[in-house]
Design a protein around this ligand. Sequence first.
Ligand SMILES: Cc1cn([C@H]2C[C@H](O)[C@@H](COP(=O)(O)OP(=O)(O)OP(=O)(O)O)O2)c(=O)[nH]c1=O
Length: 410
Amino acid sequence: MLEERARYTPAIYTRQSEETIDQMSGFQLDHVRILSSPHFRLLQHKTQLIPYPYNHLLRNRLLHSLEVSNIADGIARKVNERSTCADLSPLELDLIHAASYAHDIGHPPFGHAGERILDGLMRSASGFESNAQTIRLLTQKVLIVSKHTLATVLKHKSAIPLVRSREDGFMKGYYLESADIVQELFHLYGNHLPENRIVDIADDVANAIYDLRDLVHFFGKNEFLRRYKHAVTPSKVMECLQFSTHERLDSTLEIVCILHDLENNVLPGLLSMNTGLETIALENIRVSYLDAIKVKILQHTMQIGLPRYQRLQIAVTKAIVKLCFLDDPINFKMEEDIRDAIERMFHGLYEGHVNVSGLGKAYLPMLEEAVDDIAKARAVCDILCCFTDVEVWHYTRKQQDPMVFCSYNY
Ligand SMILES: Cc1cn([C@H]2C[C@H](O)[C@@H](COP(=O)(O)OP(=O)(O)OP(=O)(O)O)O2)c(=O)[nH]c1=O
């Protein structure tokens, strides 16, 4: 199975399936291709927020992609109601679903932690960035999708320079190798594609709804509350927001209101430890975001966005996740172990030593075809992204299960 993953090539269609394909819209085809691609399936074994693969109550990247698709669908339907009134053609829901499913397929094992570690290893060759990797994957004849779907998935507007110094921080962008196609996308679709905006908003909203739920399930009610009371104060949230939002904040008053709203209307349901009440709480937040979506149509162009309160709500939730989990010694310790595992696997692949059961040496031809060291390092990243969190962990930890995360004290 791993062998198939590393060497995945597009399906060869029979005459009969070609006819079926002809009957599908281009976006339906994109949707089906992504749904059936191994890269999409692998997301079920990649970290979303908490790298704790055997806790099936926590989200993984696949579940997150489904959440994004669901929320983006809700936003697009709302937009379509407005466009019908304004005599504009409606947005294609298949495109929205295809792009939502595809938006994270470039993520490596262990999600953002894996991304930062690979970026460090790739500093002399443009680094590693998940959205750049998604665009690479979707433009490499590995998983062919339409340009419109590609433009919907593209997150960043500038290229990552080829050479970066060790001291440079993590950089978002697309790889220079994708510059021509990205320019073409800007030329064809401009900078403000409504579908792109919708998937972006849905991505943020999905995290704002479900990240807190993950924290409650990971820590348990009492430990979550202890951390929340200790770490989440209006001034600490304000401090986090200064780095993470462009919104102007003059006082902590708005933050106090948002925290109050969250503590009274969202947390009780999440902390009830009652599936029914939790579902209602999650559904209420989802509906409140969808109701808040603003659609403006000006001279046949569409502006889609959330009001300031909801934008701040998203930023405050990110801050809570950072204060209660991402900046916690538990997470730093996990990241240290993940660093060790990813670095060893990267070097093992580069040197051609990796021989985990199922993969064998199937990846060697990909390395042999690389024309120089930079191409070889990029091929190693491609191959590494075909592994799951647990596989990387097992390769370097002599089959020791990542359940060890369980024993971390908090
Ligand atoms: C920055 C960061 C985010 N996360 C989680 C929090 C959210 O669930 C999710 C997204 O966080 P975001 O900060 O919204 O990151 P992003 O939008 O750049 O990335 P993407 O949508 O591609 O994931 O990742 C981590 O687990 N570790 C991190 O270091």
